[in-house]
Design a protein around this ligand. Sequence first.
Ligand code: FES
Length: 103
Amino acid sequence: MSLYRNYDIQPLQGEMLTMYIDGHTVPAAPGETVLSVLSAVGLRRLSRNDNQQLAGSYCGMGVCYCCLVRIDGRYKRRACQTLVRSGMTVETVSNRLNTQGLR
Ligand code: FES
């Protein structure tokens, strides 16, 4: 199953890599951030904080911590500060307190 990059500002060019967002296969360009890919596929609700509130990206430059996602099994990674890698797995709206039954 795939997510489609319907919201790119301009067509992607050059070599592509494959990453996985919430179990969906998504193409990405080397050098772009995880937030760029999430925005391109139309995902806006990215994180759920410890108080169960949903949040989406705000600053896009690493300051607000509103874009926290789970990347390769690690929670609370900033999507806007992480460059994509081939085979990377990203989970949105993921919170360790919920996943591990700590709540
Ligand atoms: S969008 Fe603000 S830290 Fe990522």
